[in-house]
Design a protein around this ligand. Structure first.
Ligand code: GLY
Length: 382
């Protein structure tokens, strides 16, 4: 345990207590919903009908599995199982499957199988893995983003987080084609998404025959050459996931490089990330989800680097989590969200105030995952 974790045990315990007390209520209230955000009264919305395919629909279930892994409380188990069944409805339409099936299944069915041994959950997760592997462009050597012709030569940094599904499948069925695809995609990301200084491109257009880099697009960031903060979070954690599952040092080095860029830049924002590190002031929005996700990655990274560096990463993670706790966490048990000030994207001229500074379900998920890590829980959901 690092010194900064030891020094913060009281804060960790009291924050955890508030989270557990609140989520026991939310687990019952939102059991049959697939929440993304909340309405004006703080009540979860529900994507289980008209947006069942949305990429975030595994996070509430995943959070329930995290809570169950730590508490063994049956309330969380019941909700987690319902969530997995809801997500399985996405299999009903092939067009609903895309590069984000890891977010959907590995956090629900994948967690269920690893925690309970349920064989239906194993099958669902393997089907999701097969679907992700089928998106690999053999000539270009990358996993394509989305569906339809206009995205067949696009890759996004976010996809790194889905690779855990392939690494798991590779081990599970002893077929290394899954991990070869995952590594090949991660190597493309190393080359084309991660910049020399540790900042990242969100979206990249490739030559679909050779895989060559053609251009980067702003995507959810401010500009093609700026650094969208959640994209950076996906890189820090995504590269680390590839390292954890393969042991190949180039992924650890990439994760460290991106983590160091995050730490250098977050200080001047008082530890609560902006949606883009390079956006001008008039386009400022917060993104607490990037902070919570990076905090998870930093706490995990701390286990794989020399102790001096581990102290730096754990300290940065705790500062970021404390900023979330102080500035945007909500422990009121009658309100469904936990973390406010997430942003879907960085505002720009063409998309100014849409989807910013709001509760988003993956902010809650990563905040919970980080608190579990601080408590020493070693269930690695990725
Ligand atoms: N994967 C999309 C996002 O991070 O908003």
């Amino acid at each position: 345990m690092t010194e900064s974790i030891k020094a913060n045990i009281e804060w960790i315990d009291s924050t955890w207590g508030k989270i557990d007390k609140k989520l026991q209520k939310v687990a019952v209230r939102s059991r049959n919903k697939l929440p993304y955000t909340v309405d004006e009264n703080g009540v979860h919305n529900d994507y289980s009908q008209d947006k069942i395919w949305w990429w975030t629909n595994g996070f509430f279930g995943g959070m329930m599995w995290l809570m169950y892994a730590e508490t063994k409380n049956d309330t969380y188990l019941q909700t987690a199982k319902v969530q997995g069944n809801l997500v399985n409805k996405i299999f009903e339409n092939y067009n609903w499957l895309d590069h984000d099936v890891g977010f959907l299944w590995h956090l629900t069915s994948g967690a269920q199988y690893r925690i309970t041994g349920n064989l239906k959950a194993r099958t669902a997760n393997l089907l999701a893995a097969a679907s992700l592997a089928s998106r690999y462009n053999i000539n270009g050597k990358f996993i394509r983003a989305w569906n339809g012709q206009d995205s067949e030569n696009l890759t996004i940094i976010d996809c790194l987080m889905n690779l855990s599904l392939l690494y798991w499948a590779s081990d599970e069925v002893k077929d290394n084609r899954f991990s070869l695809i995952a590594k090949s995609h991660a190597d493309m990301s190393l080359r084309d998404h991660i910049r020399q200084d540790g900042s990242v491109n969100h979206m990249v257009v490739h030559d679909k025959e050779t895989g060559d880099f053609i251009e980067s697009l702003a995507g959810q960031g401010y500009a093609p050459d700026s650094c969208w903060t959640r994209g950076l979070a996906w890189a820090v954690y995504g590269m680390l996931i590839s390292y954890v599952h393969t042991g190949e040092c180039r992924y650890l080095e990439a994760s460290v490089k991106c983590a160091d860029y995050f730490i250098q830049n977050i200080k001047s924002f008082d530890w609560l990330p902006p949606a883009d590190f390079n956006a001008p002031k008039e386009f400022f929005a917060y993104d607490s989800t990037a902070g919570a996700c990076t905090a998870c990655a930093l706490l995990e990274l701390a286990k794989h680097v020399p102790w001096e560096k581990a102290e730096v990463y754990a300290d940065a993670a705790i500062r970021t989590l404390k900023a979330i706790d102080e500035k945007c966490a909500n422990y009121d048990e009658s309100i469904d969200y936990l973390v406010n000030l997430g942003s879907l994207r960085c505002p720009r001229e063409d998309i100014k105030d849409a989807g910013i500074n709001m509760p988003i379900i993956y902010g809650d998920f990563f905040y919970v995952e980080a608190m579990l890590k601080l408590r020493g829980n070693d269930f690695f959901i990725w």
